[in-house]
Ligand binder design. Structure first.
Ligand code: NAD
Ligand code: ZN
Length: 251
């Protein structure tokens, strides 16, 4: 019932916007931060992902990355990522705004992707500024801890993601709010919606009268605000919504 209602809204949409969080990549094998099996139960994020601690001892971050990085780099998009790319290609959604740093939306074929927290696919030397691929740096971790810059030998190789205590990229945040205001549908997928500014994006849409469809494995603080709430797995729910929407719109 709610899937059919969500599909109707998607079929009518011409500039929908999807806001995604770690939940959309869970079925690709990348653990979420919060909730069951969440990473925060294993690692203290304040130790591994704050700018202050990174600057004090980058090896703290890279020791965790040596263990966790290979699985993230090997992850492939799942049916949920693919469904969003199809909805963009068929003209129903205009953009994906994501909190994720895994790059899987682009891998799935999404073209307009706003990465609020940067990308984990590259690493930047804080001494000379050179940018290297994550895969290259990751490959050196067996011999170098922390990894050294291939150009200047610096030991502050920082992934191009937004750490705690760092500013969010202002242009990405501004684009996300503008997209939300101008949208004719907001899809919120796989986010616990407790981190600013991601949590603010659907509120901006709601204030502009944009209908909201929310898909998440468990309840979120904005369930009451959404027109349609589906508690389920995005890799199962999104393809079904996309299929029905494309049938309804003759696509
Ligand atoms: P979160 O971990 O706080 O919340 C994830 C939400 O997804 C939870 O509410 C959970 O119930 C739900 N969920 C889990 N599996 C799901 C599924 N199969 N289908 C639908 N929903 C599912 O994630 P967040 O809100 O994105 O915030 C955490 C922060 O951590 C983000 O800012 C992000 O930068 C970062 N992060 C990124 C990745 C990634 O890039 N894949 C992974 C972990 C954390
Ligand atoms: Zn350097």
């Amino acid at each position: 019932m709610s899937i059919a209602r969500a599909a109707e809204l998607v079929a009518r949409a011409r500039r929908g916007v999807a806001l995604t969080g770690a939940g959309i990549s869970a079925e690709s094998g990348i653990p979420t931060f919060r909730g069951e099996g969440g990473l925060w139960r294993q690692y203290d994020p304040v130790k591994v992902a704050t700018l202050e601690n990174f600057l004090e001892d980058p090896a703290q971050y890279w020791r965790v990355a040596r263990e966790r990085g290979p699985a993230v780099l090997a992850a492939r998009p799942n049916a949920g990522h693919v469904a969003l790319a199809e909805l963009e290609a068929s003209g129903h959604i205009a953009a994906v705004v994501t909190q994720n740093t895994d790059g899987l939306h682009r891998d799935a074929g999404s073209r307009r992707v706003i990465e609020l927290h940067g990308t984990g696919r590259t690493v930047q030397c804080l001494d000379c500024g050179v940018v290297e691929s994550r895969g290259d740096v990751q490959a050196r971790l067996a011999d170098e801890m922390p990894p050294r810059c291939a150009v200047c030998g610096g030991t502050f190789m920082k992934p191009t993601v937004v750490f705690f205590g760092e500013q969010m990229p202002a242009d990405a945040v501004a684009q996300a709010f503008e997209l939300a205001r101008d949208a004719d549908l907001m899809l919120v997928v796989g986010s616990s919606l407790v981190v600013y500014p991601a949590a603010e994006v659907p509120l901006v849409a709601a204030r502009a009268g944009v209908p909201i469809v929310l898909i998440n494995a468990e309840p979120t603080p904005i369930d009451d605000l959404a027109d349609v709430v589906i508690h389920g797995r995005s890799g199962e729910v999104l393809p079904e919504i996309a299929r029905l929407a494309l049938v309804a719109s003759g696509g």
